[in-house]
Write a protein that binds this ligand. Structure first.
Ligand code: NCD
Length: 327
């Protein structure tokens, strides 16, 4: 983490949020969840808030997105902020002419008077550059293959809501652990909150979790099992977190032949889930491209559809904390 990116130390106001490494204690997560529960009431009662009236939130997305883009936009709208949502940055903005992140984030603040910028970008260091040059806080909506911190927050919120706890968990991360960014951020967050965490990392051999993260977590006392045999670890799981095999990165590296070999390596259906516990949950950040059969959607353990709604509440909470602080 560069020194331009600040740890929260229980204070969110005016700070960017681009990495789970900025969180320092479970108390900070409790604070976010408390706000999120408040936000949930605003939405469920259909009573839009004016908390962020007079504020302006811009979204700069350089990569495709459905959930993250719409939930950040809706989050700002439910709180009464002005919104400047910009999709297709890589195709339709001055980025096509070669404009840099350094200039783009400053330009968007100048042209819109935005108080906050939400950004998604394919490069790992994109959000750090944005934070360094931006006049206003940046929230990451996903950076490269490295981090997706707000997804981790909504994932943990979903775990707490459905399992009733965030501790003493046995979690299977399944699929593309090399290129996927959600499981890296969620892994970091689980390590922070759960001292008894056990992680089962299940992937094809060519898509294993980066060594640095595995070693870091092991040093912190996390029990980690790496395997390509899902059935061996599934019966123990409290959480099965499925991910998409990320074709676009194979394409970028000219390795589409390898993608073809692993693309259906861990497809899940009701038969695959036979040995899973009755009281466990199945999560997915989505989009899915066949790795969870539609027949699983009606299984009571499948939480990946309501999981998306948690993104609205937790992103409302984060925007409120960053723009207004605790008040
Ligand atoms: C993920 C992402 O963009 O990292 N989607 C999301 O934000 N919910 C996962 C993916 O693209 O596979």
């Amino acid at each position: 983490m560069s020194d331009t990116v600040k740890k929260f130390n229980n204070h969110f106001k005016g700070k960017s949020f681009i990495s789970i490494d900025q969180l320092t204690s479970p108390a900070e997560i409790r604070k976010i969840f408390k706000e999120a529960r408040r936000m949930e009431k605003i939405v469920l009662k259909r009573k839009p808030s004016k908390l962020l009236s007079g504020y302006c939130v811009a979204e700069l997305f350089y990569q495709p997105s459905t959930r993250t883009f719409t939930s950040f936009l809706a989050a700002a709208e439910w709180l009464g902020a002005l919104t400047i949502p910009i999709h297709g940055m890589s195709s339709y903005s001055s980025v096509v002419k070669g404009e840099t992140i350094e200039d783009t984030v400053r330009s968007v603040h100048q042209t819109t008077a935005a108080d906050l910028i939400v950004m998604r970008h394919p490069d790992n260091d994109s959000t750090e550059i944005a934070v360094k040059y931006s006049y206003v806080p940046i929230i990451s909506g996903g950076a490269g293959t490295k981090e997706h911190p707000t997804q981790a927050i909504l994932d943990l919120y979903t775990i707490e809501k459905t399992l009733g706890r965030t501790k003493n968990l046995k979690v299977v991360f399944l699929g593309d652990l090399k290129y996927g960014r959600t499981i890296k951020s969620l892994g970091k967050l689980l390590v922070l909150v759960d001292k008894k965490l056990q992680l089962f990392l299940v992937s094809p051999k060519i898509l294993k979790m980066p060594r640095e993260l595995v070693h870091e977590w092991q040093e912190k006392g996390v029990k980690i099992v790496e395997t390509d045999d899902l059935q061996k670890v599934l019966p123990e799981a409290d959480v099965l977190y499925v991910t998409r095999i990320q074709k676009e990165w194979f394409e970028k590296e000219g390795k589409l032949d390898q993608y073809e070999k692993v693309k259906h390596a861990f497809d899940i259906n009701l038969k695959t889930l036979k040995k899973a516990r009755k009281k466990m949950i199945i999560m997915h950040p989505l989009p899915r491209v066949g790795e969870i059969a539609y027949e699983v959607d009606n299984d009571p353990r499948a939480v990946y559809l309501p999981q998306m709604r948690a993104g609205l509440y937790t992103r409302m909470a984060l925007m409120k904390l960053i723009l207004l602080g605790d008040k």
